[in-house]
Design a binder for this molecule. Structure first.
Ligand SMILES: [Zn+2]
Length: 446
């Protein structure tokens, strides 16, 4: 006999297919996930669930696949307001001539509030329940994540030049430490140190970040080996490739969340494996900026945590993890000339449990297992695009679009119901976005 309070508080979510991710290759047809107090209490067949739990609420999702929420392991959410403003340019020209000047002119708390809300609306609609962010005013982003009910790893950003967030190395340190102390990490928000990139952070600042990471037990979220230009500049300035420089400065270890990792020599892959750091592959951003190709299949074979990220909405231009899964799988096959490379199941793992591992959250999210937080999405496979269904994982990676995400829960709280956002007022947000669009467009015209 189960305790009465437990029986009353349990919700059952029933779907045609449950894809728990762990254990690997498990697929439950006609399954249910039981949720109580924001956590998963059981993953089993529907008959068993109905026998075990007298649920307060039962949600039936025929023709849907139920799986863990997708984890976008690298983005710059507020840059959604820059989407489409400067396309088809190399990274450094895009950054130096467009993005950095626009940021100096326009980025403030209001910009970050509206841009991040726009990105959260897009991500929730696309089945993303957790994201790893790197942008200015992380305090504003933290407040929005709490209000809207998502989950996030937020970067305490460091750059070695003045930005709207801080003007000097001392100010970056003071503001980031104050923020960390004001908002201690919890299940909903964890902090990372986020030095922007090897070309924008000095040796002294990197050393300080290595000390802070040790002192506060924080992960370090860093763009690394994104382009050939980054590597050439590092060799010219420091006589070392960026990965070697990071190693010299005490940052190549299990705390590192290394984003992009394009242009890796075989000995560098060995260093990454030995260090145990997480890698975030951003295939669509790398393709759009013509940055090169991350050796994802080789990295995957080593067993390092290999996550997927969209990168910012200004260099992609979509926060679409379905598109990233498909791109990662296709790119790996094409590069290795092996159609068996990075199969669909691995692409889905990269968007879920591997993302959780890279962010250090694998004990809480990334799979549907009793005891984990109830971050779930239901994808409707009854659309023509995904019929007939022989293998739901194949449909999710190779055929489904994010418009097929029907339901989203984070910590058991529903944020998307029947494809509609129920956690924010989209019409009001759309009006705010339009105001920002007009402001930014006026700058571009002058
Ligand atoms: Zn980025």
């Amino acid at each position: 006999m189960w305790p009465a309070s437990w029986r009353r508080e349990t919700a059952l979510i029933c779907a045609s297919w449950i894809i728990p991710i762990l254990p690997p290759k498990r697929l439950l047809t006609g399954g249910a996930v039981a949720v109580r107090d924001g956590k998963i209490v059981a993953v089993c067949h529907q008959e068993e669930a109905k026998r075990r739990f007298q649920a307060q609420e039962t949600v039936n999702l025929p023709e849907c696949a139920l799986l863990p929420g997708l984890i976008n392991a690298h983005t710059h959410a507020a840059m959604a307001l820059f989407r489409g403003i400067a396309d088809d340019l190399p990274l450094m020209e895009w950054l130096n001539e467009y993005i950095f000047p626009l940021e100096m002119r326009w980025v403030d708390e209001d910009f970050v509030r509206t841009g991040t809300r726009l990105a959260l609306a897009e991500m929730i609609r696309g089945g993303i329940t957790c994201f790893n962010d790197m942008y200015f005013y992380p305090d504003v982003t933290a407040q929005l994540v709490r209000e809207i009910g998502m989950r996030a790893a937020l970067g305490l950003i460091f750059v070695d030049f003045p930005t709207p967030w801080a003007r000097s190395p001392e100010e970056y340190l003071a503001k980031n430490l104050a923020l960390y102390r004001t908002l201690p990490p919890n299940d909903q928000i964890v902090w990372m140190l986020a030095p922007h990139a090897p070309y924008s952070v000095s040796d002294a600042m990197f050393r300080q970040i290595a000390e802070l990471a040790d002192e506060y037990d924080l992960k370090v979220h860093l763009h690394l080996h994104e382009t050939q230009a980054e590597i050439a500049e590092s060799l010219d300035r420091y006589g070392q490739r960026p990965l070697e420089r990071i190693e010299r400065l005490g940052l190549l270890n299990a705390r590192l969340v290394a984003v992009h990792m394009v242009h890796l020599e075989p000995y560098e892959i060995e260093k990454v494996v030995a260090a145990g750091c997480g890698v975030v592959h951003c295939p669509q951003s790398n393709l759009k900026l013509a940055s090169g190709f991350c050796p994802a299949a080789q990295l995957e074979a080593t067993g390092v945590p290999l996550a997927l990220g969209t990168d910012g909405p200004a260099s992609n231009n979509a926060l679409d993890m379905f598109a990233e899964m498909k791109s990662a799988a296709l790119l790996a096959k094409s590069l290795s000339r092996d159609p068996k490379a990075l199969p669909a199941e691995m692409a889905l793992a990269m968007a879920t449990i591997e993302g959780a591992k890279a962010l250090g959250l694998e004990s809480k999210i990334g799979s549907l297992e009793p005891g984990k937080l109830a971050d779930l999405i239901a994808v409707d496979l009854s659309w023509p695009e995904t019929q007939p269904v022989y293998d739901p994982v194949s449909q999710l990676v190779y055929a489904a679009g994010r418009h097929q995400v029907r339901e989203v829960w984070v910590g058991g709280r529903r944020l998307l119901a029947n494809g509609q956002l129920i956690c924010l007022d989209w019409e009001m947000l759309r009006a705010e976005v339009a105001i920002w669009r007009d402001r930014l467009a006026s700058t571009l015209e002058t």
